[in-house]
Design a protein. Structure first.
Lengths: 481, 218
């Protein structure tokens, strides 16, 4: 018999990335330790190649391939581009940090590339099995990267916690998916949506499965009450890996929410909305209040990420195109701010000094005035002060919530972000009004400094001109729904 | 109650009881062996559903390979179970109501009218010469090609991760670098020393004299 060859064109980016990642894996074996930068340059070139292919093959329509398990729509293209940009920025920021800690090895770059592949598979999945496999590919790479610093007991503990809780979350997700399969008899996202729209399949079983799916997704996104791993993992992992965990995978998690809740189970919006409301309220409250008590910047940012993910859920639970676009805008902005903040920790760190205590930032304005100013922009943006982009992101999400009539939720979110402003502004106070305790001059590589400047100024520029990015998000969502 | 129902309930009861013992057994080796038993019962249930290939794969892969490795690992690690169980009674007052509530909700859904035999009839009888393996192979490499390849990539990442986490150059290793070995020259190994010949009649040095001057090594 003749087996038809699937149409490979829509998946060109993934195929290129897989082939290139395997090639980098092989080439790296022949590179000596002192020339490890070649691997990094290759990894950056692979990511650039992916971006070029992505832009060249982008279309405004939707294409399916691999027996309708793979979807290529404008939403997928937009999210993949964000992931690629975020990861290549991360590689620039983390170069010296890794070299100082003996982690500048080929595996870091190949595992990063494979995690990007996993994220892309998640973003483009149109089938529960491919969604799950993409998630596992991403998670497995991340577990290994956290543990890559083998001599650090904290990093090993963080990897172990992440691994066990991640496996638990995967189990919940799979159980929920199996219930949806039991109710509908299919795992194809479009088919499930069509069956729910026709009213087929038992609603009780579907909602029962939905509970487990939402719990699993909550674990992966790190929202209360499934947040226990976030502070320990962010704190324990090497900062470069923390940056990877806290940036690009959030975009993939947004895609996961979109595909499962937005598209497949969109007919059950009334049921998942109430669950997301509870999770969002708890995340906003716990994230912002617990962050105040932290003395470690990485831990503080972990709690801050919990509250930001609560905001993301706010946009998502609106359940309409504007709400989804607001959530997408929010996740893009969050990743940009997060890259800048963790990037600054990476730039300030040096051999034997992690720069992750709040006290390390005392008097930074005198040691490195420009970097302190960029950090100030980032902190203002995280706190949501105008004219930074963080303000506009929060505003869009809140207007989406008000549109569906949940005014109390918007008021609560505003109050909680006021609480949150305290700990962001505390860093600004430490940098500008305290005496420096650390007198070692600021030594970061030129490429990282330039990128940090662009990153910090982008937060300001996007805040002044947010419309193009927002319009882009809205267009991507509308064309894909 | 026909024969199939008897077989089903036997396997199902063994499965549930052995799964329960996996988490309650004191000895980790016993827990692993109960997991083997639960896998075997699950395989029996799959056989009832005409999924012969999956049932045999479960036995071969999980029972035959994965669990045996698992047992090796458990026996090599000295796990102190009593230390792991510390705090169990403290969390029980919170955990028990949650577990009972979850069990109740799950029972109400799964044992209710939604999963009865009328909704999910047993699989139809297959024709003579039907091969379950062939049927799975046909869809695995065509319709499910993409997930199949993704699973392969996940295995590749697992290999890379395992090697990256365990391979390290030990300082006190006694391994030999073949390149250095091949590059050895005669001059590097043997040193010709010109020595004055000893006069006749002098007794040989005491046997422990050599300890003061260890033999020269290159």
């Amino acid at each position: 018999m003749i087996i038809p060859i699937p149409d490979l064109a829509p998946a060109a980016t993934e195929l290129f990335l897989l082939a290139a990642a395997c090639t980098v894996l092989l080439i790296d074996l022949f590179i000596r330790d002192e020339r490890r930068w070649i691997t990094q340059v290759l990894a950056q070139l692979v990511l650039a190649g992916c971006a070029v292919i992505l832009i060249a093959t982008a279309s405004s329509g939707t294409a399916f391939t691999f027996s309708v398990m793979f979807i290529d729509d404008p939403l997928a293209d937009a999210l993949k581009l964000m992931i690629i940009v975020a990861v290549s920025m991360l590689l620039v920021y983390s170069r010296r940090y890794l070299a100082d800690r003996g982690m500048y090895r080929g595996e870091f770059f190949t595992l990063t590339l494979f995690s990007v592949l996993g994220m892309m598979v998640m973003v483009s999945a149109n089938h529960f099995i491919t969604l799950y496999l993409g998630l596992e590919l991403l998670s497995l790479s991340l577990y290994a990267m956290i543990a890559l610093q083998r001599d650090s007991a904290v990093a090993t503990e963080a990897a172990m916690k992440y691994f066990i809780l991640g496996a638990l979350a995967s189990g919940m997700l799979l159980y929920g998916m199996s219930m949806v399969y039991g109710a509908t008899g299919t795992l194809q996202i479009g088919d499930i949506a069509a069956m729910i729209a026709r009213g087929e399949g038992s609603r009780t079983v579907l909602v029962f499965g939905l509970v487990f799916i939402v719990a699993g997704l909550g674990f992966k996104l790190g929202v209360v009450p499934f947040h226990m791993w976030v502070p320990d993992v962010y704190h324990g992992a090497p900062t470069a890996v923390t940056l990877l965990i806290s940036s690009a995978p959030k975009i993939a998690a947004f895609a996961f929410f979109m595909r499962i809740l937005g598209e497949a189970l969109g007919g059950l919006a009334a049921d998942w909305r109430s669950m997301l409301v509870v999770m969002a309220v708890l995340s906003l409250a716990l994230g912002n209040i617990a962050a105040i008590a932290q003395t470690n910047l990485k831990r503080m940012l972990a709690y801050s990420s919990i509250s930001h993910m609560g905001f993301l859920l706010l946009g998502f639970l609106a359940g309409n195109a504007f709400g989804f676009a607001a959530a997408m805008f929010y996740v893009a902005v969050y990743v940009l701010m997060n890259l800048g903040t963790f990037g600054m920790i990476l730039l300030l760190a040096r051999s034997g000094f992690e720069a992750d205590q709040l006290d390390d930032y005392r008097g930074l304005a005198r040691r490195a005035p420009w970097q302190a100013f960029l950090m100030l922009l980032l902190m203002f943006s995280m706190a949501g002060l105008p004219p930074m982009v963080g303000f506009y992101a929060k505003l869009t999400v809140l207007s989406a919530v008000v549109d569906i009539g949940l005014v109390w939720l918007a008021v609560f979110a505003v109050m909680m972000s006021l609480v949150g402003a305290f700990y962001y502004l505390r860093i600004v106070k430490l940098m500008y009004f305290d005496e420096p305790v650390d007198t070692v001059p600021f030594t970061a590589t030129a490429d990282a400094r330039v990128l940090m400047t662009m990153n910090g100024l982008a937060v300001l520029a996007l805040g002044l001109l947010p419309q193009p990015l927002m319009a882009w998000c809205l267009l991507a969502i509308e064309r894909s729904m | 109650m026909n024969f199939q129902a008897v077989v089903f309930f036997t396997f199902a009861a063994v499965l549930v009881l052995s799964a329960l013992r996996v988490i309650t057994a004191r000895n980790p080796v016993h827990a692993a062996l109960f997991l083997v038993l639960s896998f075997a019962s699950a395989a029996g249930l799959w056989l009832l559903l005409h999924a012969e290939f999956l049932a045999i794969t479960l036995i071969l892969v999980y029972v035959g390979a994965v669990m045996v490795l698992f047992l090796f690992v458990i026996m090599m690690l000295d796990i102190n179970v009593d230390r792991l169980r510390e705090g169990f009674w403290n969390i029980l007052p919170v955990a028990l109501p949650v577990a009972v509530l979850l069990l109740g909700v799950m029972g109400a859904t799964l044992m209710g009218p939604y999963f009865g035999l009328s909704l999910r009839p047993p699989p139809p009888e297959v024709a003579e010469g039907y091969s379950n393996t062939r049927a799975i192979g046909m869809v695995l490499y065509t319709e499910y090609l993409y997930p199949f390849e993704l699973a392969a990539v996940i295995l590749l990442v697992a290999i890379v991760a395992a090697i990256a986490l365990t391979l390290r150059a030990r300082k006190n290793t006694r391994s030999i670098d073949p390149a250095v070995q091949v590059a050895a020259t005669r001059e590097g190994r043997v040193r010709l020393v010109s020595m004055r010949s000893e006069p006749k009649g002098v007794s040989a040095p005491p046997p422990d004299a050599g300890q003061d001057e260890p033999p020269q090594q290159k």
